[in-house]
Design a protein around this ligand. Structure first.
Ligand code: GRF
Length: 369
């Protein structure tokens, strides 16, 4: 019987790098999860290997795959993933690492070439990883994505997503927020009480210190910070893409914007058309934008409320799914009024999501309801 496979250590790879260096040859480094190997991986690795004379793969450990891709992953144990990879002719060594990013390994190994797959650009690389590479004098090479092949699409095919009606199944939702997180808390409570038959597959925030993320973590949810870039209302192109990738990996049916303060654009808006909902503190189409309760007071309205609506590329303008009314009281400030509106939001949003599920909508790949 062949001996059990043992992955390489950092010291092994360091030695390989130094030997190559003395010979004027190059070590290529790449990293990833490689959970379910497919032809796209093989072709990518062949191309990466051709950039130098030997190649090491930094393989995300099981723990780090869970953090990156959610609790259902990886499908294969880290040593098995390493063993399969190391059998490929392009691969000289596989080293397993625990962090979300390969920064510490890059610092330790100082590879000659760093290969990254997919549709990254040098600018959309993780900032710390990029700094580590620049510090090590590593040449960065971005290789084109092999179209039509991905682990996520394979898993989705196996699960038959897009075919089954959603009535019997739990809705897989992503919740995005930037602030207080009271709507997230209401969704969690509705799920716990079975008023909403759903599963929060991922939560995402552009605010690292937000109460929203704190609530998500305390509830044991996958909680992901995405650096949105310098403009507080806009998301950088890299962030739009990062959010899209998180949603795809988490295989969500519906994206819920619960106080997410930045504007989503492509690729999320197109890919999730008809499956993104937002909750807004006014009776839309009245009082769009960020200060809706104050606008209702300034307009002298006797009542306002909240709306749950579909998200399109136009702000607060998609199809309204449900509304609830709230009286404006004399002496109301924007804060007191907003607090009363939120009480209604906390009932309305889970209710809309559950009704949506009961009607068999939406499922992945479904059109606009
Ligand atoms: C809610 O009032 C929602 O309507 C608006 O942002 C607020 C989010 O509140 N879009 P919270 O973070 O859920 O407490």
């Amino acid at each position: 019987m062949p001996a059990d496979y043992t992955p390489a250590t950092i010291a092994d790879v360091r030695r390989l790098r130094d030997t190559l260096d003395q010979q004027g040859r190059k070590l290529v480094f790449t990293n990833g999860c490689f959970d379910l190997l497919h032809a796209g991986h093989v072709r990518y690795l062949e191309q990466a290997r051709a950039l130098g004379d030997a190649m090491v793969i930094a393989l995300n450990s099981d723990q780090s795959v869970r953090t990156l891709k959610g609790p259902d992953r990886p499908l294969n144990h880290q040593n098995d993933r390493a063993e399969v990879l190391s059998a490929l002719r392009a691969v000289d060594a596989v080293v397993i690492f625990d962090d979300e990013r390969a920064t510490l390994l890059i610092d330790a190994i100082r590879p000659h070439v760093y290969a990254k797959g997919g549709d990254y650009t040098v600018d959309s690389l993780n900032r710390e990883e990029r700094a580590a590479l620049e510090n090590a004098g590593t040449q960065i090479c971005i290789l084109p994505l092999v179209p039509g092949r991905s682990t996520t699409s394979t898993i989705n095919k196996m699960l038959g997503s897009g075919n089954a009606g959603a009535c019997e199944s739990k809705l897989r939702i992503a919740v995005l927020g930037s602030g207080e997180g009271s709507n997230l808390r209401a969704i969690i409570a509705a799920i716990q009480s079975s008023a909403l038959i759903a599963e929060i597959a991922i939560t995402l925030s552009d605010q690292a210190d937000s109460n929203f993320l704190k609530i998500a973590r305390e509830a044991g949810l996958t909680a992901q910070f995405v650096d949105g870039g310098p403009n507080p209302r806009r998301l950088s192109d890299a962030a739009q893409k990062e959010i899209f990738e998180h949603l795809e990996r988490a295989r969500v049916d519906v994206v819920v914007l619960a106080g997410f303060m930045r504007i989503l654009k492509e690729p999320v808006i197109g890919a999730y058309q008809g499956r993104i909902v937002n909750v807004h503190p006014s009776l839309l189409p009245k009082h769009k934008g960020a200060s809706a309760p104050q606008l209702a007071i300034d307009a002298g309205d006797s009542e306002t409320g909240c709306s749950v609506h579909l998200v399109t590329s136009e702000i607060d303008a998609g199809l309204i799914l449900a509304q609830a009314k709230v009286p404006v009281l004399s002496g109301d400030t924007a804060e007191t009024l907003h607090a009363r509106i939120k009480i209604e939001e906390h009932k309305l949003l889970p209710q809309v999501l559950n009704e949506w599920r009961e009607r068999g909508l939406p499922v992945r790949g479904a059109g606009v309801p």
